[in-house]
Structure formats: structure tokens, C-alpha cells
Design a protein around this ligand. Structure first.
Ligand SMILES: *[C@@H]1O[C@H](CO)[C@@H](O)[C@H](O)[C@H]1NC(C)=O
Ligand SMILES: *[C@@H]1O[C@H](CO)[C@@H](O)[C@H](O)[C@H]1NC(C)=O
Ligand SMILES: *[C@@H]1O[C@H](CO)[C@@H](O)[C@H](O)[C@H]1NC(C)=O
Ligand SMILES: *[C@@H]1O[C@H](CO)[C@@H](O)[C@H](O)[C@H]1NC(C)=O
Ligand SMILES: *[C@@H]1O[C@H](CO)[C@@H](O)[C@H](O)[C@H]1NC(C)=O
Ligand SMILES: *[C@@H]1O[C@H](CO)[C@@H](O)[C@H](O)[C@H]1NC(C)=O
Ligand SMILES: *[C@@H]1O[C@H](CO)[C@@H](O)[C@H](O)[C@H]1NC(C)=O
Ligand SMILES: *[C@@H]1O[C@H](CO)[C@@H](O)[C@H](O)[C@H]1NC(C)=O
Length: 734
């Protein structure tokens, strides 16, 4: 890992100079599945997980799958509290197969789960390409469908793998999905109350990724209405290009929209859409395909933020971007600015032109507010025809919605993000940090934040053994838990694993806003678990400045000197391998021999990933070898000793290792016992077979084995045990 790689979590201003390395933000730590296992619960054996619903009031996690809905305990998803099956009838399945779909898809995939109240959940399934919705009644340990399923075209996709979005607001169901068997007719629909829908236009809406209600009527001085925002990707109409270019869109409708009276009957009168821009302007990177959206809801809706994941249509296909949008910029795009509409130019060629004429009053597409009411328009059906006509013909805003800071909050190369949730955390410095959790298409979860323009990925966690895409991601901020769904399993894990950081330095350099080092407990602890007394806590999210970890009097930058070395005996003339791994992906390793630094150029040594090799070791190589992990944070460079070895030469190959560690002794004893047992069985077996062989043969083999161990770098279990011990000693000292 070169020094350049360490710097790559770069401040965006530097981007132009370091164009080649753009987005190469490296997660500080990588936690593999095996290590993470201890602090996560997995519910396996679910088939085709297709919906997740977190219910914090009743402590349940509802999981929709193929032909089944499960209710799991939100505190421990390994426990299933109830289950209900919902199959497509035989006739439906046969009909579906007859229409050319394969058998596995002609089942009932539960795609929609919405909570109505504590005892009712609204459920929709594909039902073998014949979508149905029903109410499910929830009891303590039981749940059952009411059996009043109704046909639900436009509420739930026909296709189990199609992207869709829906929200449940005040008894009305808003859905954005496809309205037909072939999936070619996209629709944004309100049902169950005052049904209103979009007009069908040739494939202008595709790939819905999210839908959210924003309560904009709250304390509105203009008597404004609540709005429903929809996010999707579609083929651009506003650019003239040879190739079909895609754009991300944000569309919105008013909750109070009842459609028009003569024009736009049962059609949205308030449907407007705008381009959602996510790009790095100076690099000409345009992230035009939206993958997922998360609404970071705040008490005041004006403070809420939309976070979106984007990818590119061309160019850097392996790069993902996260862009954040403020409510102010979204409102601005819709409530001000020009409209675009289709104009037929020569040869029936249609171009979407900016409308330069006079816009009718009240503003087309605006919700009914005090201004409209004063003009006598109490509902959308009172609006004059010229306003409705204009709204119908000019659904596209000319201006785009631009991200906060006019650039992505995160850029990441060689990761394809699929899902995002964001948690706002208050650090010890009383600052708030928006921590992004990002699921990847190969089963990892990234935890990242953007601090004053600097992108930082705290860690990446491997959630699934096989590299399957993260398809669902839900956060319970109240419980501090994340729930992640892939095709065949759901995983529950805490928002932070502070206890994984064993050293003070590691804890602070992690810059995890959830974690702080407790000097009292000498451990990295969850900040939210701590009482109001934060005097003995250390945290530095902004700069990763771990200076406070260093004891007084010690030269800044060097942690401490522990008089504990792992003793290592070697035979003269042999090669010696000493193991050492840096503390994080952002750290590099420096080796010291008797206190002075070993240079890369020295042909005596080979510094490799994971350790050092000393060739043809002679008596001159005896002495102390220290391995230091060197990590540069925004503040300064920090050194931490992660392994220490004392090398002794021995002329005598048969001599046993004289190692002080009790653990090593134990291992050796066990080894001896093992050989004794083996010998015993061999003896019995030979005796039984009737040809007792000479015992010295066996002894010779065993002694040779032990010999090999002495020089063998692979026999590292005991050694790394000792290293861990030495680390623990250092942690205590710090
Ligand atoms: C359901 O899961 C099976 C195997 O787990 C897979 O083969 C199948 O394609 C999945 N169905 C859909 C619609 O993705
Ligand atoms: C979660 O539940 C499973 C099964 O009931 C149990 O084995 C496990 O110990 C529980 N985990 C915790 C942390 O309670
Ligand atoms: C919950 O909603 C259902 C369906 O709308 C309704 O029948 C039921 O009375 C409601 N229950 C409560 C406790 O509000
Ligand atoms: C991300 O997606 C691109 C394009 O689909 C693909 O080529 C690449 O292999 C993917 N990368 C990972 C890490 O899955
Ligand atoms: C709108 O409401 C006001 C007050 O409620 C009423 O006076 C007026 O007639 C209504 N206008 C229409 C067009 O219904
Ligand atoms: C180590 O010693 C052997 C024989 O003594 C020699 O062939 C080899 O080149 C030496 N290796 C190094 C790296 O010095
Ligand atoms: C390194 O230190 C050890 C112990 O103090 C000493 O025996 C050895 O000679 C030193 N080696 C060198 C090359 O200075
Ligand atoms: C080798 O070990 C044997 C027994 O452990 C001992 O008698 C002998 O003196 C040793 N030789 C050297 C050169 O250390």
C-alpha cells in the first residue's frame, strides 16, 4: 500500500490534481464474516426475501418472502414469533406458466408490507403475475391474513424482481410501479381513497426506487399541502443525443390532489418532475442512474435530507456516488423556475422545449394553498382548465435539483452500492454526523461519513459468506440496530462494534461517531451507553487526533515501550519469518531492529504483506525486532507497536524452544500428549495386526515434526496468541 493510497480519502478540492485516484476511498477496516459473526444474528432458510418492515412499537421485523410472511423478534431475529403462508392458487400458477413465465416466478412473492396500526399490516404479493393485496391481523404469537384479498393492479408489481415504491398515508395507498403483465406501463397511483393516477405516456417512467411523504403543511404560513416525492430513472427527453441517455428524476404530487373536473379527471393535477443531478462537475462525471434513496427525517421537515445512491450509465461503471439533497433545493426547483414541454418540430420529431410564454395563475402543478384559496380554488377540481392543461403539457421542470455542496457526499470506486440508510449521530464534540450505511452488490456493508467535504469510510463488514447483493437495508435508530436482507437470509447487527477496537489509538483513529475510548474502563465503548459524565471519554471524529491516548511525557507519535517480547529461536543459516499486520487498511508497517528502522532496500530483509523475512540469519541478526503500525490521520501520524520479537540464535537443532509463554508450553504439552496417544494407538493397532514395528521409528518422526515447527512460519497460532497478549499489555499501558 503506497503512501498515495493512504491519502486517497481526499478532500474534494484536491480532486482535479488526483484525477486518476478519484473515488478511491479505502475503508479503514475490513471485517470478514468469520470475525463479525459473534455480534450478528442471522435468520437463514428464508427463500427469496422480498420485503422487510421494521416495527419498533411492537418490536417486530416482518419479512416477506416467496409464499410466506414471517414475524421475527426485533431484538433477536433468530427468534420467529409468527408465520403466515400465502400461496398462489394452482389455477393461477398454471395460467402464469401458460402465459410464458417460468415456474419459479409463478409464485406469490410478498413485495409490499405496510403497517396500518399495531394490529394490522397491509400486504401485497405478486400472486403468479396477478397481484393481490390483503390485510394481515397480528396477534401476540399468531398472525393471519383476513382473506379479503383484492386485485391490486398498479399497487404491486406483477414481476417479482421489478423495482417499485409505495407509501401508506392516512388510509390512502400511494404506489409507483408497473400496471401490466409485461411491465411496460409504469404508473403512480393513489388507491383506497380518492383514486388518482398518472396519465400513461410511452415509457417515460422506469425503475422506481423510492417514495416518501413530507409533511410540508406543518406550520406552513402559506397553507401549503403535504407532498409525496417519487424517485426513478427514465430516458431523458430534454437532451439531444444519438444514444439514449438516462436521467434520475424526482417527481412530486400533492396529498390533497383530487384530480380535475373536466380535464385530468382522476389524474394528478400536481404531477411535476425535475432532474436529480449528482455529478463531479470538474471531472465531467455524471451519475445518472439512481439506485436507492433514503429520507433522513427530522422533527422539522425543513431540516430533513434525501440521500441517494447513484451509478453511471457509461464510463466508470464500477464507481458509486452518494448525493444528499436539502428540502430547500427541492422546493426551489418545483416552486420557481421554468417548465418544459414537448413541441413537435419538423417531421413529427418531438423536442422538449423550455416554455418562455406567460404561465397561467395559480402556478400549474402547485398544491392548493392560501393563495389559490383566495382566488376561490378550494380543491384541485376547482382549478381552471388553462392551468390544468398547462400542468398536463409541461410536467418537467427546466431546472435540476442539485446536491448539497454541489458534489457527491461520497464517491467509491470498485464498489456497487445497492442500498442506503443514514443515521444522525451526535459526537462527543456536540456536532452531528450523518453516518451512511451502504450495502454493496457483493454482500458488504460500508459505514461512511462526510465531514466538511472529506469522505471517510470507517469500515466494511462482510455480512454474507457468499457474495450476494444486499437487497434490503433497514435501520432502527431506537435500538441501534441494522437489518439487512439478501435473497436467502436476513442479518441483524448493531450500528457499531466499538469493542472491536482494542487500543485507544485504534478507537480514536477509527473516527466512528458512535464510539469513544473510556479511560475508566480502558475500552472502546458505545457513546450512547455512557452516562452524562463524559470527562474520561476520548473521541475525535473530525480529525482522528489520538494525541490524548498518548501518556504524558512520551514523545508524541510513539506510543510506548513495553518490555515484552515474543521469544523466537532460530537456527543459524535459516530464513526467519516474523508476522505482523498493520492495524488498519490505512496504516503501513515499519520494522525496527534494536531500535533503528529497517530499510526496504536492505537485501537481508524482505518486507511483505503480513510480515518480514530475514534471509540466512546469522548471529548478527539476533536482537529485538519491533513491528509498528503507522497511520496518518488528518491531525498527525501515529505509531503503535503491534508485535515485538526477541530473536536468539541456536546452534542446536534438536533443542526445544525455551519460550516463556505459558500458552506455548501448553500447546507443546498437548502436542506431546497427542503424539503419545497416536503412538499408543499405532502400537495397539500394530499389536492387533500382529506385526509390532519398532517404536524408535515413530519417535524419530515425531521429533522431526517438532523440529520443523521451530522454523516453520505457518505455525503461527501460538505465536499470534502471544502477539495478541503483548498487544493487550500495550492497551493496558495506554
Ligand atoms: C428465488 O430463489 C431461488 C434460489 O434461491 C432463485 O433460483 C430464484 O431465481 C429466485 N426467484 C426470483 C424471482 O428471484
Ligand atoms: C438469539 O436467539 C438465539 C435463538 O433463540 C439464541 O441462541 C441467541 O443466544 C440469542 N442471542 C442473544 C444475543 O440473545
Ligand atoms: C387497525 O386498522 C384496521 C384496518 O384499517 C381496523 O379495522 C382496526 O380497527 C384498527 N385497529 C385499531 C386498534 O385501531
Ligand atoms: C459493479 O458493477 C459493474 C457493472 O455492472 C461490474 O462490472 C463490476 O464487476 C461490479 N463490481 C463489483 C465489485 O461487484
Ligand atoms: C371555497 O371555500 C369558501 C369558504 O369555505 C367558499 O366560500 C367558496 O364558495 C368555495 N369555493 C368553491 C369554488 O367551492
Ligand atoms: C543464503 O545462503 C545460501 C547458501 O549459503 C545462498 O545460496 C543464498 O544465496 C543466500 N541467500 C541470501 C538471500 O543471501
Ligand atoms: C541487538 O541487541 C541485542 C540485545 O541487546 C544484542 O545482543 C545484539 O548484539 C544487538 N545487535 C546488533 C546488531 O546491534
Ligand atoms: C545440543 O544439544 C545437546 C542436548 O540438548 C547438548 O548436549 C549439546 O551440547 C548442544 N550443542 C550445542 C552446540 O549447543
Amino acid at each position: 500500500m503506497g503512501a498515495s493510497a493512504v491519502v486517497l480519502c481526499l478532500v474534494l478540492q484536491l480532486m482535479q490534481e488526483v484525477k486518476a485516484s478519484v473515488g478511491n476511498c479505502i475503508p479503514r477496516k475490513t471485517v470478514k464474516y468469520q470475525t463479525l459473526n459473534v455480534e450478528m444474528f442471522v435468520k437463514e432458510g428464508l427463500s427469496n426475501v422480498s420485503a422487510l418492515l421494521v416495527d419498533e412499537e411492537t418490536d417486530r421485523l416482518f419479512v416477506g418472502g416467496r409464499d410466506v410472511i414471517s414475524a421475527l423478534d426485533l431484538n433477536n431475529i433468530s427468534r420467529e414469533t409468527a408465520r403466515e403462508h400465502w400461496f398462489a392458487t394452482q389455477e393461477r400458477q398454471l395460467e402464469c406458466i401458460r402465459r410464458g413465465k417460468d415456474k419459479i416466478r409463478c409464485q406469490n412473492y410478498i413485495l409490499v408490507l405496510h403497517k396500518i396500526n399495531d394490529s394490522h399490516v397491509y400486504v401485497c404479493g405478486t400472486n403468479a403475475y396477478h397481484p393481490l393485496c390483503d390485510h394481515m391481523v397480528i396477534q401476540r404469537t399468531k398472525m393471519h391474513l383476513q382473506g379479503r384479498a383484492e386485485e391490486s393492479r398498479g399497487k404491486c408489481p406483477f414481476e417479482p424482481t421489478l423495482k417499485y415504491a409505495s407509501v401508506f398515508v392516512d388510509g390512502a395507498f400511494y404506489s409507483a410501479t408497473s400496471n401490466n403483465f409485461l411491465g411496460t406501463e409504469p404508473i403512480i397511483l393513489r388507491s383506497m381513497q380518492n383514486p388518482v393516477r398518472t396519465e400513461f405516456k410511452t415509457s417515460w417512467l422506469k425503475c422506481f426506487v423510492g417514495m416518501e411523504i413530507v409533511p410540508e403543511s406543518e406550520f406552513s404560513p402559506d397553507g401549503d399541502d403535504d407532498k409525496i416525492y417519487v424517485f426513478f430513472t427514465e430516458t431523458a427527453v430534454e437532451f439531444e443525443f444519438y444514444d439514449k441517455i438516462l436521467v434520475s428524476r424526482i417527481a412530486r404530487i400533492c396529498k390533497g390532489d383530487l384530480g380535475g373536473k373536466r380535464l385530468l379527471q382522476r389524474r394528478w393535477t400536481s404531477f411535476l418532475k425535475a432532474r436529480l443531478s449528482c455529478s463531479v462537475p470538474e471531472l465531467n462525471f455524471h451519475f445518472n442512474i439512481i439506485q436507492d434513496i433514503f429520507f433522513l427525517r427530522r422533527r422539522k421537515w425543513q431540516d430533513s435530507i434525501f440521500y441517494g445512491i447513484f451509478s453511471q450509465q457509461w464510463g466508470r461503471l464500477d464507481t458509486s456516488a452518494v448525493c444528499a439533497y436539502s428540502m430547500a433545493s427541492i422546493r426551489e426547483a418545483f416552486s420557481k423556475g421554468s417548465y418544459r414541454g414537448p413541441i413537435t418540430v419538423e417531421h413529427s420529431h418531438v423536442r422538449w422545449m423550455v416554455f418562455r410564454g406567460e404561465v397561467p395563475v395559480p402556478r400549474p402543478g402547485a398544491c392548493i394553498d392560501n393563495f389559490a384559496r383566495n382566488l376561490g380554488y378550494n380543491t384541485s377540481s376547482d382549478l381552471p382548465d388553462k392551468v390544468l392543461q398547462f400542468a398536463r403539457d409541461h410536467p418537467l421542470m427546466d431546472g435540476s435539483v442539485n446536491p448539497i455542496g454541489e458534489r457527491p457526499a461520497l464517491l467509491k470506486r470498485s464498489s456497487n452500492y445497492t442500498r442506503i440508510v443514514v443515521d444522525r449521530v451526535t459526537g462527543l464534540d456536540k456536532q452531528t454526523y450523518d453516518v451512511m450505511f451502504l450495502g454493496t452488490d457483493d454482500g458488504y456493508l460500508h459505514k461512511a461519513f462526510n465531514c466538511d467535504g472529506e469522505m471517510f469510510i470507517v469500515e466494511e463488514l462482510q455480512l454474507f459468506l457468499s457474495p450476494e447483493p444486499v437487497q434490503f437495508l433497514q435501520l432502527s435508530a431506537k435500538k441501534g440496530m441494522l437489518y439487512v436482507g439478501a435473497l436467502s437470509a436476513v442479518v441483524q447487527l448493531p450500528v457499531s462494534g466499538c469493542q472491536r477496537y482494542k487500543h485507544c489509538l485504534d478507537c480514536i483513529l477509527a473516527r466512528d461517531p458512535y464510539c469513544a475510548w473510556s479511560q475508566a474502563a480502558q475500552a472502546c465503548v458505545l457513546l450512547s451507553d455512557q452516562s452524562a459524565d463524559t470527562k474520561n471519554l476520548i473521541q475525535n471524529v473530525k480529525y482522528g487526533d489520538a494525541s490524548s491516548c498518548l501518556s504524558v511525557g512520551i514523545e508524541i507519535g510513539i506510543l510506548l515501550n513495553v518490555e515484552f517480547h515474543v521469544k523466537y529461536l532460530f537456527t543459524l543459516g535459516n530464513n526467519v519469518h516474523l508476522k505482523c499486520v498493520p492495524l488498519s487498511n490505512l496504516a503501513r508497517v515499519v520494522w525496527k531492529f534494536n531500535g533503528s528502522r529497517i530499510r526496504d532496500e536492505d537485501s537481508k530483509y524482505l518486507l511483505y504483506d503480513g510480515g518480514i523475512a530475514i534471509f540466512n540469519a546469522t548471529a548478527a541478526e539476533t536482537g529485538f525486532y519491533d513491528c509498528l503500525s503507522v497511520e496518518k490521520s488528518k491531525a498527525k501520524e501515529f505509531f503503535i507497536t503491534v508485535a515485538r520479537y526477541a530473536l536468539y540464535a541456536q546452534q542446536n537443532a534438536t533443542k526445544q524452544k525455551s519460550v516463556g509463554s505459558q500458552k506455548e508450553n501448553l500447546v507443546l504439552k498437548l502436542l506431546c500428549a497427542g503424539f503419545a496417544l497416536l503412538f499408543f494407538f499405532l502400537f495397539i493397532w500394530n499389536f492387533y495386526k500382529g506385526h509390532i514395528s519398532l517404536p524408535w521409528r515413530i519417535r524419530e518422526t515425531s521429533s522431526k515434526d517438532t523440529n520443523a515447527d521451530l522454523e516453520n512460519p505457518e505455525l503461527t497460532t501460538e505465536r499470534s496468541e502471544a502477539v495478541r497478549e503483548s498487544s493487550a499489555v500495550q492497551a493496558d499501558m495506554s
